[in-house]
Ligand binder design. Sequence first.
Ligand code: ZN
Ligand code: ZN
Ligand code: FE
Length: 740
Amino acid sequence: MKRLTMQLTGTVQGVGFRPFIYTLANRLGLTGYVINNSLGVKIDVEGDDDKIKDFEKLIYSQCPPMADIITAGAIHDLPLLNYIDFKIIESSYDGSREVSITPDISTCSDCYRELNNVNDRRYHYPFINCTNCGPRFSILKDLPYDRDNTTMRVFTMCKACQQEYDDPQSRRFHAQPNACPVCGPVLSLYGTGLISQGEMALKNAIEYLKKGAIISIKGIGGFHLCCDALNDAAVKLLRVRKNRPLKPFAVMFKDIESIKKYAIPTSADIACIESRQRPVVIIKKKNDTELSPSLAPNLRQIGVILPYTPLHYLLIDTPLVMTSANISDLPIISDNDEALFKFFSLSDYILLHNRDIKNHCDDSVIKVINKYPLLIRRSRGYAAIPLRLPIKLNKKILALGGHQKSIIALGIGDIAVASQYIGDLSDTQTQDRFREVINNLTSMYGFIPDLIIHDKHPGYYSTKWALSNDCPSIGIQHHHAHAMSVMADNGVNVGDEILTVTWDGSGYGDDGNIWGGEFLLSSYHGYKRLYHFDSFRLIGGEKAVKEPKRVALSLLFHMYGRSAMDMNLGCVEIFTDTEKEILYTAWERGINSPQCSSAGRIIDGAASILNILQELSYEGQSGMMMEEMYDKSIIGFYPYEIRDGKILWQGLIKALIEDRSEITVRVTRFINTLAQIVIIIAGEVGKPIGLSGGVFQNKILTEKIIELGDKKGIPILTHKFVPPNDGGLFLGQLMCQRKD
Ligand code: ZN
Ligand code: ZN
Ligand code: FE
């Protein structure tokens, strides 16, 4: 006989952990108890030596799908207490809150079966869930995760639901959002007024979608704008209403078979698509299908997603557009009243329910690169799963992330708790969201930071917010944060140094200029800027970010001076003579034309020179268009020079202009050259390299670098748990070990 106690931390509450332990202990004939406490789950068991050993192993190998054990403080050989049976004891909390927040998880197969079983009492009930699935983070108001601390508080369970909730053998034992048609949330459909409720609302919504209507649909973390993805007129109308001319729309398909009808998912894609987080996955589209050509104009890729709530399953038959319901770049709307007020201009109908959303949460987005999933947006399904840090922080740190793809995070010990995706902090509504998210997350954890870390950019909203706060704060250089982010993401140790390639659109440099094409020798203590792209001017500043033709013109002025104005190129001819004169003067005198070393901008400039596009309709568009044109079978590079730590792109651009080959050949050679630059410099520095920054969302570039690196035996680290774009900055910020 032996006794064992364990204190488990991690995602162990609200995931069916206690019933699992109860069943396991009983199966092995062990006695004792299991209890939820402020750290997670505590277990105390007694029994045969062998059985105790099995128990310890099986906790890991058989634990519920949503559980994630981070630590398991086990104490063996305690004096026996001779327990008579095994019990689940009611929760005990002492006020400290180290329990992690469970993310929202897609409908499990058991619930799906019940949803479609005519004899089940929850047949076609759009809010069916259990301890293995359903809303969590999005309905959570406070910790611990109990029904009273969620927006389900207002629904009193009926007898049948309460019985399940109290039964340790039930799949719904302590399933906090437990509900049924008798006692739970209901649907209502609005047009100019209330049209219908319950089953009828669902029926009507399906019917209207078939007829080409645009419907705002309330989901787990916010509203989607939804329409028939096969109906081109409906999709076009949605583009007009949303004021989104070209940016691809995500499409929901009822199952993998349906996806395969319209697209070509690889096995790695399918694994991501079917994962319980249910992200949008960007995959290759088939040509000439019945899908509306307006879903992803000019692209052969498409964002696909499977249903992840019971409501989705009930709604879907043919593919549906599911794009977050917001007006252009404003934050996703999550409140009923606000939705009724704002969605009249966007949609014909609004399908609501009365389960409130406490924490908004956009769909997460993934792209498979080099056979591994890369997060483009980390939000629903991932927020707020804790991330493990390779070091233990000696302070409580609040990291504010970046500006455009804001995600904030709390650093506690060796854990980072990152928020959901907040968005672009340029507008005041997203700024409100930013403060709200900080409030919600810090208050749930009772977290008072000792230190706030923000980007060094003096103009970022997050910087201003940090400086207006009483708490001490420090600013971290943007690309150093990217660098530390990819290091932490790969568990690089303190004291180790790697070469980080941080390529993005822009970040505030330590010399006051815009950086973004950097090779930094990085550790958690600091960095050395070893190489960077030779600087050029961004004519018109922010305007140049949206108009690659301005970047192209700047590169040409840089190389050929005034005579560039007479060049026989689309990016030159698109301007009138007067415009060219004005832009030249601005360039020559540096009027509103900051110096910049951004790789993202060079890619934009090349796309413009190649006449692929002259203005961007959405961020990252030029990279995406080039991905489409890249041809793996083409080999070849353009010349370039590296001098005094500067990558002179002039030779590369000159060769690109003079190359008379087909566009695919030129695009391929251009991308290959960027990859070669990385590998040549890596070879010179002789360190492992880490890739971070928005540019590395580009599949072909990243895969080419990995291919060339493998040939030379250069280890290459890429992102695993956070996005390479500014949505991953928080992780690097938390890791900073600078002493000031
Ligand atoms: Zn379930
Ligand atoms: Zn009920
Ligand atoms: Fe960045």
